[in-house]
Design a binder for this molecule. Structure first.
Ligand code: PEP
Ligand code: MN
Length: 424
């Protein structure tokens, strides 16, 4: 199937307003400049309906002139660490909120997420001896793809704090490009704290990532660097970016944009991904067979991972591309609880992780990582686990702005399970 077509929320705006005619474009060699222009001219799914495109241009100019959030040396450094994951010598642990929000971007929240990520990594390393590369869904995870253009109340859907507000009021839901400036400022504040926090004793500290969804933001934080191999484009909004399951259209802007980046990239692949598609993705996103360049993030659902993943892994292995296989056990296991909450059951999450490991063990490939939505707080958003969170418990602390997250206890349980599977 074709991603995106089943989803009603994908307003497709060709990026005429985003044609790269600013200073960045002028600094590019003609070939790269043409490739970027071609990428952004393609249809882009899941973009906001900004009411005023002129204002978007002004905001983009502000961000183009602002300091970037990450640096090429760090981005290349992460790629080096990920190369070890691709070779089976390390594990990739990535996670954080489904959707960060401006108001929850507090010191306590950032510390809790980073601290729990390090604690989970410690469990994994302790049990297996493998180094763990740590990547937060942090400092920029502000844009969300949605299944429907309207919510249950008939209001334009919330698309993440970088676009509009969560409050169920028409004014809040108007897309406001100035939110991109606040997102940049909040991300900078988060990174400032993360860089100051004591990291783990061992390398490599904590890197940050988000879905490369909102192209106006990503283009504004794109920077060109001239090096030995010519001019390279770095998305300096994060270290690692991924393309979501709803925006991986082969002719779309997101994939074409990602192809041009020097960053390590992820690609979410859901149940309708075919082996033919996955080979095309791998060839386009990792044309040179670079270890650490591409992470394929499977999110099949616990009931399907054992059937759907093997043919994809086999085809990629046959292609020779050294990708990282990462399991997202969250997005294929979302359910509505009887009382009406969007939730996930810990047993399903754990079972998808088990299935992922089984598939890779059977094929002799490296189960390279986990990609999860979690928070280091005692929320009640996912069912089950040691605390046996029930449907009736969900109302207690259901605080997510988007998808349900594992809480502290559930995250530690999952880390223990992954440690056992990885060690065994
Ligand atoms: C997400 O990671 O929050 C997300 C939307 O995932 P996917 O693209 O896999 O649906
Ligand atoms: Mn999510």
């Amino acid at each position: 199937g074709t991603p995106g077509t089943a989803h009603g929320a994908g307003w497709e705006r060709p990026f005429d307003a985003a044609a790269p005619d600013g200073t960045l474009a002028r600094s590019l060699p003609p070939e790269l400049r043409a490739a970027l222009a071609d990428a952004v001219a393609r249809p882009a799914a899941q973009q906001p309906r900004w009411p005023d495109l002129e204002r978007v241009g002004e905001i983009r100019a502000v961000l183009e002139a602002a300091p970037p959030l990450t640096l090429p040396a760090e981005i290349d450094g992460l790629r080096g660490h990920l190369a070890r994951v691709a070779r089976g010598e390390a594990f990739l642990l990535q996670g954080g909120d489904c959707a960060e929000t401006f108001t929850e971007n507090t010191e306590a929240h950032v510390r809790a997420t980073a601290g729990l990520l390090h604690e989970m990594a410690g469990i994994l390393t302790g049990a297996t001896g493998l180094p763990v590369v740590r990547v937060g869904r942090m400092a920029g995870q502000y844009a969300k793809p949605r299944s429907n253009a309207l919510d249950a109340l008939g209001l334009p859907v919330y698309r993440g704090d970088i676009v509009n507000g969560l409050a169920p009021e028409p004014e809040a839901r108007v897309a406001d490009p100035a939110r991109m400036v606040r997102a940049h400022a909040n991300a900078a504040a988060t990174l400032n704290l993360l860089r100051a926090l004591p990291g783990p004793d061992a390398d490599p500290g904590l890197y940050v990532s988000h879905e490369a969804l909102l192209l106006d933001y990503e283009l504004a934080l794109l920077r060109a660097h001239r090096g030995e191999g010519g001019t390279r484009l770095y998305a300096q909004s994060a270290h690692f970016l991924w393309i979501g399951d709803r925006t991986r259209q082969r002719d779309g802007a997101h994939l074409a944009f990602a192809e041009l980046l020097a960053n390590p990239l992820g690609l979410k692949i859901g149940p309708n991904t075919t082996p033919e598609q996955v080979v095309e993705y791998v060839e386009r996103l990792d044309p040179h067979g670079t270890p650490g360049r591409l992470t394929l993030i499977s999110r099949m659902g616990s009931g399907r991972v054992r059937d759907l993943l093997p043919p994809l892994v086999e085809r990629v292995a046959a292609s020779g591309h050294p990708v990282i296989w990462q399991c997202d056990p969250m997005h294929g296991n979302t359910r509505e609880s009887p009382s009406g909450y969007k939730t996930r059951h810990f047993d399903d999450v754990a079972d998808e992780v088990r299935g992922f490991f089984e598939v890779h063990r059977a094929l002799g490939t490296h189960p390279g990582g986990l990609h999860i939505e979690f928070t280091g707080e005692d929320v009640t958003e996912c069912l089950g686990g040691f605390q046996r969170i029930s449907d009736a418990d969900l109302a207690g602390r259901y605080e997510t702005a988007c998808d349900p997250r594992l809480n502290t206890r559930q995250s530690l349980e999952l880390a223990a399970l992954a440690a056992e599977l990885l060690g065994g």
